[in-house]
Design a protein. Sequence first.
Length: 265
Amino acid sequence: MKVFKGRFFTVPFLSFSALFLLFLGIGVCLAGDKAVPARSAYVSRVVDGDTVVLAGGERVRLLGIDTPEFGEPFFTEAKEKTASLVLRRKVRLAECREERSDKYGRTLARVYVDGLFVNGELLREGLARTLIIPPCGLEKLSELKRLEDEARSAGRGIWGARAEAPITVSAESAGGHIGERAVVRGRVLRVYRSPNAVFLEFGADKGRGFIAVIFRRYLKGFESVGVDPESFTGKDVGVRGIIKRYGERAEIIVKGPGQIEAAPP
């Protein structure tokens, strides 16, 4: 390696290839193992609080958060807040290298506008909950949880007095509360897996009773906190969410371990 000696310093002379590799390495270190270079885009439409559409039609799902669904309290407020921040504006997208899109083809990203972290702002205002789905959902998790805890402590949005408290119903009566936000309580008789999901089945009448469904993409969230869904077998639990109908069953789709609470032994 050649060395160039100046009046006040001595530096090694590097070939163009070595310089390229050096700067490439610096870029990777700055970006982080899971990050990809951020890019700018223009938001043309807001679908809901955590989904936006870019000019050209690309759909983007905000990482690490879950805003209220249609029909839930604060759905409109979350959507309007997201629109006020990003609609018809240029944003910066920080995507994940390991999982660029979800099963619906939506790009997974953290979204920034003028330096503001949009995902975090929705949590700070109490218009979203954290959603832990590794690997991407674990990035900035401590910051997201801090913002969620701040909103919860202040009673903002979904954590406040205005938020409609869920009703509590038994697993046997869940079918009479389709479309309602509830905590369904009962005993998990069995847990079984399919290629796409894990099912927690309540009630002796197979194929008809209440069931909690954890789709495969949400199982990583359980694994990340050391919770095995099969450990709920035989336990009395409460499942929180919107009760939906699937065939002759009443069901709740579970997106994270925080939706299931086991009764104390």
